[in-house]
Design a protein around this ligand. Structure first.
Ligand code: ADP
Ligand code: MG
Length: 319
């Protein structure tokens, strides 16, 4: 199959969720799009590489899903609503069954979030997928990492550490694609609706790719603040003090949950969004003026987060 037939067959679906804004989609030298009137565009791009971001034996649809999910997660973390995306794939060979699965995983997630694939690139090489996404927000309303202020609360959607638990099961040979923990690793769910609804509520936000402590650290340093996380407030097994669960929650990567800061008065609104989205958020600590991240263990002992010692569950590999 030549490159053009391949693109047409697997990536040329042609359906569009934004007919008014996609003037020319796949098939020309470039896509022509029209941004919604007066909105700010948010752009992000991320690459996933076999053996680095997903195992070589991951199901094809999980690879397609992940490549888009990690990008939608970046839009979510900015409070942006998805519009369009570009898909650049490097393939070692043309394997129709694999491509079918890959395109299916990509398309299902694209459809779920109403994002239109408007172009891309297809080359031969080591398996690697780069997706570029565009989304929109009202003028000057994107949620940045730099807006946190001392005294605010730190919140988190979902349960951090679940993806790491799933990866460990996968590495131990578990292959049940319906196992909920395996699924949290193979099919991360970008919190797009959560992110959008946090505009005007959250003061700063980040998505969790490298681990809660490091990613929260990005908010704190961008905001020139420090913070404190209380282990007994962490959702799931970590809150009970189980040591491995605490490590996974603080340092495990690939969760694609949202971590955000907000003034205390917004607690009720945040809990309401959680009920309406069906994914609860948990208040796990606070922003402080003293620099650095302090972790308070279940027994009340405080220690400074240094990253070291908690890294054996991932991070630090350039993701
Ligand atoms: P050119 O050589 O002019 O860049 P290409 O052969 O790379 O053209 O691509 C032809 C059309 O197919 C373009 O509109 C491009 O955006 C689209 N395209 C190529 N690869 C993909 C892909 N993986 N997913 C979506 N669209 C793609
Ligand atoms: Mg091209």
């Amino acid at each position: 199959m030549d490159e053009f037939r391949l693109i047409e067959r697997y990536f040329g679906g042609g359906r569009t969720n934004h007919p008014e804004s996609v003037r020319t989609g796949i098939g020309d030298d470039g896509a022509v799009v029209r941004p919604p009137d007066g909105r700010d565009l948010v752009l992000a791009t991320d690459t996933v590489i076999e053996g680095v971001h997903f195992p070589a034996d991951a199901p094809a649809d999980a690879v397609g899903h992940r490549a888009l999910a990690v990008n939608l997660s970046d839009l979510a973390a900015m409070g942006a609503e998805p519009l369009w995306c570009l898909l650049a794939v490097s393939l070692p060979s043309v394997d129709p069954a694999w491509l079918e699965g890959f395109a299916g995983g990509f398309d299902r997630l694209a459809e779920a979030h109403g994002i239109d694939l408007v172009g891309g690139d297809t080359t031969r090489g080591r398996l690697s997928v780069t997706v570029t996404v565009a989304g929109h927000v009202p003028p000057d309303r994107a949620l940045l990492r730099s807006g946190a202020r001392p005294g605010e609360r730190v919140w988190l959607t979902g349960e951090p550490g679940r993806a790491t638990e799933g990866l460990a099961l996968w590495q131990a040979g578990e292959r049940d694609p319906d196992d909920p923990v395996i699924r949290r690793f193979l099919y991360p769910e970008p919190r797009v609706e959560w992110g959008r609804r946090l505009r005007g509520i959250a003061s700063a936000m980040v998505d969790l790719s490298d681990g809660l402590a490091d990613d929260l650290g990005h908010i704190l340093s961008a905001s020139a603040c420090g913070g404190r996380v209380r282990v007994d407030l962490l959702p799931g097994g970590a809150g009970t003090g189980d040591r491995a669960a605490v490590e996974r929650a603080l340092a495990g990567g690939d969760d694609y949950e949202l971590c955000f800061t907000a003034p205390e008065r917004h607690a009720g609104a945040i809990e309401r969004i959680g009920r309406e989205c069906g994914i609860a958020a948990t208040m796990i600590g606070e922003v402080r003026s003293e620099p650095g991240l302090e972790i308070v263990d279940g027994n009340g002992t405080a220690r400074a987060w240094t990253g070291g010692g908690y890294r054996h569950f991932g991070g630090g590999d350039g993701r």
